[in-house]
Ligand binder design. Structure first.
Ligand code: NIG
Ligand code: FE
Length: 384
């Protein structure tokens, strides 16, 4: 395997307690892994050298929540919302219609385009959910498409009740837990459910997560996005890897998160695009909750593939320091996917790295909207 030495790193933000932030640093990559981290002068010899000219380097971002398998466009819905029309979970059905009508190739082409954008924004690991098919066939093919791009695939048949079951929602839950799960589980690592008014109540959500668990899938929950509810408590009770959104939290919800292994995944792109109040990240962090930041890339509520944009929102609107936001977008995302091989720069970890045209990662929030990502390595290969 060949080795590559990244030198001329003005500041290396490792996101580890051991190495912290190193000025004038170097990183040695051996194949797909990081082999060595330390001061620029003492790096071992390598087959190839890349001089980063004083740029700062941080771990590749881990986007633990994205809905990339879909067709259609909802820009008019966004424009109407900006003119005062409120968001409701029912908007998902517009995308369901377009997704069912699209061929596999069109879906694949769209995911390829979106993941390319993600890499350009510094994202090196992305989770991809189904959830816009809502039939056995369309959910299974959505996951087959997703699995071509990532091992972090999530079955979200319980996104909303499929339109055919509007009058018999309990039958839809049975379908999700039965034939749909059986067809999807071979392509999925995770199962997710939208626990919210207008989608699934806590009892239905629990059935879905339990069925997923029996099929070997780990749990994640869309929780407390549009209003208060039982989603966060359910996620903690079920040992879910992550409770996502967490926009409307009670003190008891925060206590439950703080005393569990469930990560609170915050998705400020959704509040931005639905003109809603942002979650209170400061309160979560001060309570000792593990926090992740993710894009929630989807055509309805957050059509962004930019982790730097989410970091800027987290800092400006959610009370996070720039360092906390970067930590949440790297180590936090990895924890939300229960991964310890990604999200930090340390020997043995995957060689997933981002170089910024900036002296430090504060610039991600300080220079919002500016494309600062100058190079990205995924598994040791330069991908952007
Ligand atoms: O995470 N909350 C549920 N799902 C998406 C929205 C999907 C849509 O409107 O199409 C979300 O915000
Ligand atoms: Fe989502």
């Amino acid at each position: 395997m060949s080795t590559v030495e990244l030198t001329g790193i003005g500041l290396l933000t490792t996101q580890t307690a051991e190495f912290g932030d190193l000025p004038n640093a170097a990183v040695l990559i051996d194949g797909d892994r990081i082999a060595w981290v330390g001061p620029a002068g003492s790096v071992p010899d390598a087959d190839e050298q890349v001089d980063l000219g004083g740029r700062c380097v941080l771990p590749g971002f881990v986007d633990s929540h994205a809905h990339l398998v879909f067709a259609g466009d909802r820009s008019e819905e966004f424009a109407a919302r900006m003119a005062g029309v409120p968001y409701s979970a029912g908007g998902i059905r517009t995308t369901v219609e377009a997704t069912r009508a699209a061929g596999d190739e069109a879906l694949t082409t769209r995911v390829a385009a979106l993941t390319k954008e993600m890499r350009a924004s510094g994202i090196t690991t992305y989770e991809i959910k189904s959830g816009y098919g809502l039939t056995v066939h369309d959910e299974a093919r959505s996951l087959q498409v997703a699995a071509q791009f990532t091992s972090e695939t999530t079955f979200l048949g319980a996104h909303v009740v499929a339109p055919e079951y509007a009058r018999t929602p309990a039958d839809y839950v049975d379908l999700v837990c039965g034939d749909m799960l059986a067809a999807c589980a071979p392509y999925a690592r995770w199962i997710d459910v939208f626990c919210e008014r207008g989608a699934f109540d806590a009892d239905a959500a629990r059935s879905v997560l339990l069925a997923g668990g029996r099929a070997g899938l780990g749990a994640r929950v869309h929780a407390n996005q549009l209003g208060p509810g039982r989603g966060v408590q359910l996620a903690c009770e079920m040992g879910a890897a992550s409770a996502d959104h967490c926009t409307h939290l009670s003190a008891a919800d925060i206590d439950a998160l703080a005393s569990s292994d469930t990560v609170a995944t915050l998705l400020p792109g959704a509040e931005f695009s639905t003109r809603a109040n942002y979650p209170d990240a400061r309160r979560l962090l001060d309570a000792g909750v593990s926090v992740a930041l993710a894009t929630d890339c989807n055509p309805g509520t957050s059509y962004t593939t930019s982790m730097p944009f989410c970091i800027a929102l987290a800092v400006r609107e959610m009370g996070m320091t720039p360092n906390e936001a970067v930590h949440a977008a790297t180590v936090g995302g990895a924890a939300a996917l229960r991964r310890n091989d990604i999200g930090s720069i340390t020997p043995g970890a995957r060689a997933d790295l981002v170089a910024l045209d900036a002296p430090n990662p504060i610039h991600l929030a300080y220079r919002p909207g500016v494309p600062l990502v100058s190079a990205v390595w995924k598994d040791g290969l330069r991908v952007h």
